[in-house]
Every structure is written in C-alpha cells, then in structure tokens.
Design a protein around this ligand. Structure first.
Ligand SMILES: C[S@@+](CC[C@H](N)C(=O)[O-])C[C@H]1O[C@@H](n2cnc3c(N)ncnc32)[C@H](O)[C@@H]1O
Length: 409
C-alpha cells in the first residue's frame, strides 16, 4: 500500500502541508468552499486533487477517490462545538458533517483507510456532556476502528494557544503493537493503561473519563505518546515592526487604549513609561456588556479564529521607547502563527484570515505524523512484507505532495 492519504474538510490544506514533508502523497482532497480551494490550489496547484463538493454527496466523492488510501484525515467544522455555535453540537448543520465523512468511509467498504485522524476543538469532548464525542467514537467503531484520542496544543511549537483534540482510528484489520488495545485483562497485563498513564498530560481527565466509560464494539486503544518538548519562540519574533505595516491612526490607538480594563491599561502605561520595547497582542472581547481590548504580553497569541467583522480578529500592540502603535495582525503573521510561514496568500485579506483562522497548525500535524502516523504506516508495511518509507511501494512525491507524473501515469 502506498503512503497515500485523503484529506476531508481540506480547507486551505494545512494538514497536507504538515504531512508532505515525510513523503505522504495526497490522492484526494475535499472541501465545499471555493475560497479555500483558491488558497489550496495556490499552494498545491490545480492538479492537486482538490474536489469542490459537499461531503454529503458520498457517491460523487467516492467516484473521485482513485485508490484505497492508507490514511484519511477529517478536520470537520468546529462551530457547533463551541459557544459561537451555541453548543448545538451534532444537532448543528456544520459539525454534523462529520457523519458525511463516516458515510464516505462506509461507502469505501473493504477499501476503507487503515488509519483515520479527526481534528477538532476541545469542545468536541465536552459538547452535550460528552455525548457528541461518544457518538463520533461509536460511528468509527461501527466501521471497524479501534479508537484513541489526545489533546495537543500548538503552543509547544508556535506562540499560539490552540489546544485541539485529535482522534486516531486504526482499522481492526490492521493489528499493530503501536496501537495498544484495551483488553478485559487490563488489571493484569495493563498495556493500554500504561500508555494512557504515560500520556496523561495529553489526555485530560474529561477525555480519560470518556475513554474509560464508553463501550465501543471494537474498543479503545492507545498509542505511546508524551508531550512534545516546547520549542516555540516568543510571538514578538513573528511580528513585523517596520513602518510599512498598516499601523492605525492616533484616534484608533486612543480608542483601544480606552477600551482596556484599568488593570490592562496600567500594565501598558507602565511599559510606555519604562521606555523599553514590548510586543504583544490584543483581542477584543465582550465583558459584562462592554467591549474590552484585552492585551497579552506573555509571548503567546490567543487562538486564531475566523474573522467576523472586526471581532475575533487578532490585533498587534507594539510599545517602543514610550511610543504606542496598534494594528490588525496581518495574514502573513497569521500564516506564521500556523507554522506555514511561506504559504502563498491571495489578494483578499479576509479570505486569507478566514483560511488560516480555520486551519490546523502545521508543526502539530508534523509532530503527530512523526510520532503516530508514519510509525503506523511503517508498521503496516513491515507486517505486510514491504519496506517502510522510503522504499518499495511508497509513492514518489514532489515537495508539494503531488504524485510525480511518472507515478501518476
Ligand atoms: C475546520 S475547517 C478545516 C480546515 C483545514 N484543516 C485547514 O487546515 O485549512 C472545516 C472545513 O470544512 C469545510 N466544510 C464545511 N461543510 C462542508 C461540507 N458539507 N462538505 C465539505 N466540506 C465542508 C469548510 O469549508 C472548512 O474549510
């Protein structure tokens, strides 16, 4: 089997961006949004297998998947799993597209991917008191997957607080020592319990509670992972401070200074008085009916989101020798905060911000690839008598992850 994957809810393609480095080849990508497609194809080319369609159109989707992939990824919409979507959960039209994905998996029959990976906000664990997570895990299990899950925060790799839940499903037809299955004799052999215990910083109590309580027709499994070593730089290093940036005029700066709480304004005023240099971010938030400009100088930016009007958009604050400058964070800075520094942008700022605000963080995907996905692929290759990667049976890819013409022919 080739080291090939299908990317569902592909957006601008940052899952692919994270996977191509280790030789994964994307054979199919699906998303419904033409503006995301434009960004995706700017990076991966129009021959990059992007299929613009509703995931619920499973017949159309299946007709475009050229061969059974080893891996399928799905970072399905998060809005209904958050306050912004009124916690509608799987009753909402957006997040319930997850079941469009499982319908496609179902339609793949014997060609179902050996491994699936879901990605979503941490509200996925808590939505409807855990019921939505439970029904997602059950759907995967009914399709033959053993299920593991963990929470990984982008802040280990980039200066952005962005915790996300990842669910890994490994098909029952692929039995590997890397994905330790929970057994009825856990109290005795305890391999699953040991992996859960070792990785407990990545599996918070509410997630562990679900994994212990919910019964699946397959079962829960656990990979052996521990938190990454933090390597993120300070957000100040990703911010452009030159005068060519679109810094706001004095009236807008004063307005935001006035919008700060007394405590935050005091911090800013002390920084101004010190005549030193500080760079941080501002996020506008409603607090007790008032819009507040909340500053942070802890070296991290808050979680990037899709911009709605002026809210939910990150703002840059720079203090230099008593001088205060403020502006919107630029699309290039959004790209850097997602670990996609050189990703090509389009001319439309909001389209760029929307694309990156919704996306996964590239080094997070790379870490999961190095620690989970590629080891699983190599284990499968070994069990089936092939060399792992690179080597026999592995698709040759160029640096954008497209199959080379010789291979595709
Ligand atoms: C959280 S974003 C995924 C972002 C992506 N992982 C990235 O890195 O850019 C969810 C995506 O689901 C897409 N989507 C929403 N409804 C869909 C549907 N019915 N069919 C296919 N895609 C859909 C949205 O357009 C959006 O790009």
């Amino acid at each position: 089997m080739n080291k090939a994957f299908c990317e569902f809810f592909a957006g601008i393609g940052l899952v692919r961006e994270g996977l191509v480095a280790s030789g994964w080849s994307c054979i199919y990508a699906n998303d419904i949004n033409p503006k995301k497609q434009e960004l995706y194809e700017k990076r991966f080319g129009s021959e990059g297998h992007f299929h613009l369609d509703d995931v619920w159109n499973s017949a159309g989707v299946l007709s475009r998947v050229p061969e059974p992939p080893f891996l399928a990824t799905a970072s399905f919409p998060c809005i209904d799993l958050s306050l912004a979507g009124h916690w509608r959960g799987f009753e909402g039209d957006h997040s319930s597209t997850f079941f469009g994905f499982t319908k496609v998996l179902d339609g793949m029959g014997g060609g179902r991917p050996k491994v699936v990976m879901l990605e979503n906000v941490t509200g996925f664990i808590t939505s409807k008191g855990g019921k939505d997570f439970e029904s997602a895990a059950l759907s995967l299990a009914e399709l033959g997957y053993w299920v593991d899950a963990f929470v990984l925060d982008a802040k280990y790799f980039v200066p952005q607080s962005r915790p996300r839940v990842f669910v890994i499903g490994v098909h029952e037809s692929f039995q590997t020592p890397l994905m330790v299955r929970r057994t009825e004799n856990e109290w005795f052999s305890g391999g699953w319990t040991r992996n859960i215990e070792r990785g407990k910083k990545l599996r918070p109590p509410n997630l562990r509670e679900l994994m212990e309580r919910v019964e699946l027709p397959t079962g829960w499994a656990a990979v052996n992972i521990q938190p990454p070593i933090a390597e993120a730089v300070n957000v100040a290093e990703l911010i452009d401070l030159d005068d060519d940036q679109a810094w706001w005029d004095e009236a807008a700066v004063t307005k935001h200074h006035d919008m700060m709480s007394d405590r935050h304004r005091k911090v800013v005023d002390e920084m101004l008085a010190s005549k030193k240099q500080f760079t941080g971010t501002i996020y506008r938030r409603k607090r007790e009916g008032k819009t507040r400009a909340e500053v942070r100088f802890d070296g991290l930016a808050g979680c990037l989101r899709t911009p709605k009007g002026g809210s939910a958009r990150q703002i840059v604050i720079a203090i230099d020798e008593g001088h205060l400058r403020i502006r919107w964070m630029s699309p290039r800075e959004y790209a850097r905060l997602q670990g996609a520094d050189d990703f090509p942008l389009v001319d439309n700022t909001i389209q760029n911000l929307h694309g990156f605000g919704d996306a996964v963080c590239v080094p997070v995907i790379r870490w999961i690839d190095e620690n989970v996905l590629t080891p699983l692929f190599n284990s499968y290759s070994k069990l089936n008598g092939h060399a792992g990667q690179p080597g026999a049976g592995v698709a040759t890819t160029n640096d954008s992850g497209c199959e080379t013409p010789e291979h595709a022919a």
